[in-house]
Design a protein around this ligand. Structure first.
Ligand code: UD1
Length: 420
């Protein structure tokens, strides 16, 4: 298995481009199943999870053509199977996002049950309840979710009792082809959901309330082809900003959207960063100073994102003062703290809270990535550690960060990948 070797102590400095958002790309690719005409998606990031979703569509008979810039044309006009097999679903939970579109368009869908994962049990009960509200019949057979409906789904009121990103996505996609109106309440408002809704509208869906917690969907008989560009990745953006802040650096990020990161930018400013923004760029300058520790509490958008929690924990580990990090979305998402403590960090875990007492420098150690964002936090810790850190199991990083070594190298980091 590949590993990353990082020699710490370099201040990040320079300019890089931000890739398309993974968490938009996945539901948008799944949404191509809703149309019998070709849909072209551009600005897709070159990532394992995106390849897995394309493979999943391909194995169901969706015609796929990919050009050299990762624009994908997906044509679900000749579907041969509506089964999402265990072999693919087990490698990526987001495969569950094909359930709503398959059911709405083909009235029959079989998707393997996604298992738990390193950051918690992550059930899909709310996805299933929403589809049942729209008239689906759901049976669990041999580890598969089998959803069927007689003719079109029926518009309904769906009230989520927990804010769920994936659940909202499945519900809104299914509702676009239902008969009549659906009202989705307590919907997640993440920018990736706005992006998905905008793509669905480009395909002919009728959705109002986009960006609010109540989505109103007037079902249409069919969706048509479209061309749609995926939005920039706000979590990749945030990760590089935090890496620069932790190393006391100065960076500029191009092709990003500064308007989707308010909670993160506020915390970076509190940490002492000077932030400037333009229409599609952001810059951060620490003026050579050590960051100050900040306290954060994760919650659904527009509050502080759980996908940025681990990176801030890493920054706090070398910051001045004590920062408290409270994780409210996932039950087991502070595990990376143990690896950071192996690098000399002072992080105490109490339930869902990490109390991080900053120290001046971390020390290199062999560490292991456990999930996607946790691995990003280990990269940040390694960048500020004295000596050479070896990070194993980096396949997690490749699921979510396009060309991470190249991008960090162009910011001056001493990082290399070794095939194992
Ligand atoms: C998505 C993101 C992930 C991010 C998360 C929260 C993608 C591909 N992934 O994950 O990066 O960390 O949002 O912002 O977009 N829950 C249930 N039952 C359900 C569904 C969810 O109990 O049926 C719970 C989960 O266990 C979790 C909470 O609801 O505690 C929120 O999860 P959810 O928003 O659904 O996360 P994902 O869509 O899986």
């Amino acid at each position: 298995m590949d590993k990353l070797i990082i020699e710490g102590g370099v201040t990040l400095n320079g300019e890089i481009r931000i890739s398309g958002a993974k968490n938009s790309a996945l539901p948008i690719l799944a949404a191509t199943l809703l149309s019998a005409e070709p849909v072209t998606i551009t600005n897709l990031p070159h990532l394992h999870d995106v390849t897995t979703m394309i493979e999943l569509l391909g194995c169901m008979g969706v015609g796929i053509s990919i050009d050299e810039k990762m624009s994908v044309e997906a044509d679900a006009g000749q579907l041969t199977s509506s089964v999402a097999p265990y072999e693919l679903v087990k490698t990526m939970r987001a495969s569950i996002l094909v359930l709503g579109p398959l059911l709405a368009h083909f009235h029959d869908a079989k998707v393997s049950f996604p298992g738990g994962c390193a950051i918690g049990s992550r059930p899909v009960d709310l996805h299933l309840r929403a589809l049942e509200a729209l008239g689906a019949k759901i049976e669990i057979e041999d580890g598969y979710i089998h959803a069927t409906c007689d003719g079109r789904l029926k518009g309904a009121r769906i009230l989520f009792d927990i804010v769920t990103v994936g659940g909202t996505e499945n519900a809104v996609m299914a509702a676009t082809l239902a008969e009549g109106q659906s009202i989705i309440e307590n919907a997640a408002r993440e920018p990736e959901i706005v992006d998905l809704c905008n793509c669905l509208v480009a395909m002919g869906a009728k959705i109002s309330g986009i960006g609010s917690d109540t989505l109103i969907v007037d079902g249409v008989e069919r969706l048509h082809g479209a061309e749609y560009a995926v939005m920039p990745d706000r979590i990749e953006t945030g990760t590089y900003l935090v890496a620069a802040a932790a190393t006391r650096g100065k960076i500029k990020l191009k092709d990003t959207d500064p308007n989707q990161l308010d909670a993160v930018l506020l915390k970076l400013e509190e940490a002492g960063a000077h932030i400037e923004r333009g229409e599609d760029w952001l810059s951060l300058d620490m003026k050579g100073k050590r960051p100050k520790a900040v306290s954060i509490r994760t919650a659904p958008y527009p509050a502080f994102p759980t996908d940025m929690q681990a990176q801030f924990t890493a920054m706090n580990a070398v910051a001045e003062g004590v920062g408290t990090v409270v994780e409210t979305i996932f039950e087991n998402r502070l595990i990376q703290a143990h690896e950071m403590n192996r690098m000399g960090a002072n992080i105490q875990i109490e339930g869902n809270t990490a109390i991080v007492t900053g120290i001046e420098v971390l020390k290199a150690a062999p560490v292991m990535a456990t999930d996607l964002r946790a691995s990003a936090s280990l990269v940040i810790a390694a960048l500020v550690a004295e000596g050479e850190t070896h990070i194993e199991r980096i396949y997690h990083i490749d699921r979510g960060y396009e060309c991470i070594e190249e991008k960090l190298q162009s910011l001056g980091a001493k990082i290399r990948r070794v095939a194992g």
